[in-house]
Ligand binder design. Structure first.
Ligand SMILES: Nc1ncnc2c1ncn2[C@@H]1O[C@H](COP(=O)(O)OP(=O)(O)OP(=O)(O)O)[C@@H](O)[C@H]1O
Ligand SMILES: [Mg+2]
Length: 219
């Protein structure tokens, strides 16, 4: 397991939960505490990982086997971890990542039905013990999240969505349940934020969580 002094924070939740919106708030709180923060996302974060992201999200004629989807996620994670996340953590910066391995469990495990034990094997191999220090789970009903994502895509002229966004409600319900089960299993790492509230209320809850985390990190 690599040694580092920075803190690794991840944001999780379904599409439209408000991850990108809350990310900006967390970033500014960390910066205000005088700490360098590197903001990134998965799948992606480095040029090679962003190229893999395109492969994962685009709706091509060639079907995507579930095992291929999972392996591409971890292939992207490997290059992201070694070339961006770990170097930043080693120089003492904090890393704030929009989705990480919990998403592989939620989407490919609970959503697609792939073996959780298989995902654990990949996690052990690729990450060698590196795990987030804090994970904020933005939990919201599938209905509200879908409505938000739809409105956003419309207002940004984004069309009907990527390969994940076109999934059925039952898939997103399984993803949500998967996230909640992971949060229950690791209550020290996870903080669940009720993301179904209005923007001000969600932002206040997020601020509270990150301020507490910064205070404890400084003790
Ligand atoms: N608490 C909230 N109440 C109402 N609307 C919100 C709230 N939080 C975010 N939104 C809006 O909902 C849309 C989706 O939010 P955002 O893009 O942050 O979600 P996301 O989790 O990053 O989604 P994705 O997984 O698709 O990237 C945006 O248009 C955003 O402005
Ligand atoms: Mg987003």
């Amino acid at each position: 397991m690599p040694i580092y002094t920075g803190k690794f924070i991840t944001l999780e939740g379904g599409e439209g939960a408000g991850k990108s919106t809350q990310l900006a708030i967390i970033k500014s709180e960390i910066e205000q505490a005088g700490i360098e923060v590197v903001v990134t996302r998965e799948p992606g974060g480095t040029p090679r990982a962003e190229a893999i992201r395109q492969l994962l999200l685009s709706r091509d004629a060639e079907p995507m086997p579930e095992s291929c989807e999972l392996l591409l996620m971890f292939a992207a994670r490997s290059t992201h971890l070694h070339n961006l996340i770990l170097p930043a953590l080693k120089r003492g910066a904090w890393v704030l990542c929009d989705r990480f391995t919990d998403a592989s469990y939620a989407y490919q495990g609970y959503g697609r039905g792939l073996s959780l034990a298989q995902i654990e094997n990949l996690e052990r191999w690729v990450q060698d013990g590196v795990k987030p220090d804090l994970t904020l789970l933005l939990d919201v009903s599938v209905e509200i999240a879908m409505q938000r994502a739809r409105l956003r895509n419309q207002s940004q002229g984004l069309g009907e969505g990527d390969r994940f966004e076109i999934e059925q409600n039952a898939f997103f319900e399984r993803v949500r349940e998967g996230y909640l089960q992971r949060a229950q299993a690791e209550p020290n790492r996870f903080q669940i934020v009720n993301a179904g509230l209005d923007l001000d209320a969600v932002s206040t809850a997020t601020r509270q969580v990150i301020r507490d985390f910064i205070r404890k990190a400084n003790q």
